[in-house]
Each structure stands twice: as structure tokens, then as C-alpha cells.
Ligand binder design. Sequence first.
Ligand code: ZN
Length: 319
Amino acid sequence: MNGVIHGRTALLAIALLVSAGGAFADDDGSKNSRSKQKEDGGPTIDSHDMNPVEEAPTKGGTLALSPITPHSGTVMGTPVAYLIWYGNWNQSNGSDTSAGQTLVRDFLFGISNSPYFKINTTYNGPTGFVSTGAETTVPAAARSRLTDNGVFSAVANAINSGKLPKDANGVYFVITSSDIAKSGFCTQYCGWHSVGTIGTTKIKYSFVGNANRCLNNCAAQTVGPNSTAGVDGMLSVLAHELEEATTDPNLDAWFDASGNENADKCAWTFGQNQTVGANGASYNMSLPGKSTASRNYLIQRNLSAADNKCYVNFETKAQ
Ligand SMILES: [Zn+2]
């Protein structure tokens, strides 16, 4: 474990050096801070910081946290999740595979109206449902070193070329395969969401990378409940970004006095009720799948706006 911890420290040290150089002007490398412009000229993003722990998945506390409050902006009732597969998802590494893609689709299917996503109904508007929209791919030939601006370019290209509809209720996820070097990914954050404009339509979008690129930084465990640690880890980040995009789609709705959005306040905590499966991976929820009846997941908790506590399950109130 020492080596792993050392690796983490080294990564953060690099990040802080870059920060001192000005490229990440207002990133302190610690808790999530709001509305950061990660790169010169890049979009304003709200990022999901890296896993601060090394041990078994953290349970997290059960007390009320500092309050999250509404601001001037609107929320999304039922977000439509669009997927943009960026990179090569047909590899033989056991992670960037069609099975990994199926896992993502199953999760989006299962999260809709789940006891987990219903936590977002406390934010005055979200229904707890999630729609799954169309998906497209950005093949190897069309990719380059990905920047924050490049993420929105991938979204805009997909919309402007007609591969995906232009949907104000959409959340467009750019999902990178683990061979994609995305500046900031694995060194500064594990994912983020933001908003851009195409024509007169505000386009909500998110970057989430396959955590197989850096399991120690962007996954809670190195074995996943679905035996695909990278994608299993990625799903918790995807859930985080989806619920933030739902309750703070334009970065002007729900956040606390420090700028933390709902999922930020519960990041990297997985609740008191975790089960260890046959393969040694912990999970904290089972959701219906599309390709299979049910799947187990380890997904971070989310904040209820009703009492500012982190929950796994809105119906049983399991924390
Ligand atoms: Zn966040």
C-alpha cells in the first residue's frame, strides 16, 4: 500500500506544481471547489475529485452536513443521458470492451426511478426518472489528445452532424476508453460536468473516463462488482455527474456555501450497508439491468436536500 500512497502523493504534487504555474489557477487540489476553469480558455466545470482513501470503500458519516441551497437557476425534471464513446471500446484489456459498454447501459437503465436516484426528488423538480437517449462513437481515427474544450467539441460534433439530437433536457456524456490521455483526468479529477451553448440551446455535458487508467485514484476498489473494475468505478462517477447535472444543470441552481453540489458533499462515501460479493468486490445496491435481470453496484451516496444527509436509498433511508 505504501507504493500506492506514494503514487497518489506524486500525482497531487504534480498537480500543485501545475497549479502554481497558473494553468489551474483556482484549484487547491483538495476538496471540490466550484466553477473552476481547469485549462486556459476551457469551459467552467464542476469536477469530481479523486478518491482520497486507499482502504475498503468508505462508509461515511450519517449526520447532517452544511446546507445545500437553491439559487436562481432551474433543475432538470427527467434528464436524458446521451453517450459518446470516445476512443477504442473494442480492446482486449477486459475493460474497454463491449461488455463494459453494456454495463454502462444497464446502469443507466437501472438508475431510473431507483431508490437511489429518487434522492434527487428533494430538489424541487427532478422526478427521479432518467431517460436513456441515443449514443454514438468517436473512433480512433478521429481522436487526439483530449482537452476540456475538446470534450465539448466532441458533443457539438455529435449534435451538429446529426448523430445525436440537440436536446435541452439532455446530459451528454463523453466516455473515454482507458487509453485516452485526457488532461486532468487521474491527476486532478475523475470526471466533471458543465454547460455549453449550441445555437440558443444550453447543452449539458459531462466527461467521465474509464477508471481502468488509474484505479487507485478514480475507483473505490480494484475489483468491481461486475468484475470490470474500471467501468464499475466509472459508474459511481457517472452517477455523481448525472445527479449534479440534474440538480445544477447550468451551474446556477443547487450548491452549498462552498460551491459544492449535491454529489460533491457525499463523494467517495458508500454507506453503512455494503456487501462483499463472491469476487471480493463490495457493493451497496442492486438495480434491474437491461441485458440481465439484476446487477450489483458500488455507487457513492448522494445528498438529500430535505435534511442535508447522505443516502444510498431514499425509500429505506439507508445511509
Ligand atoms: Zn461533483
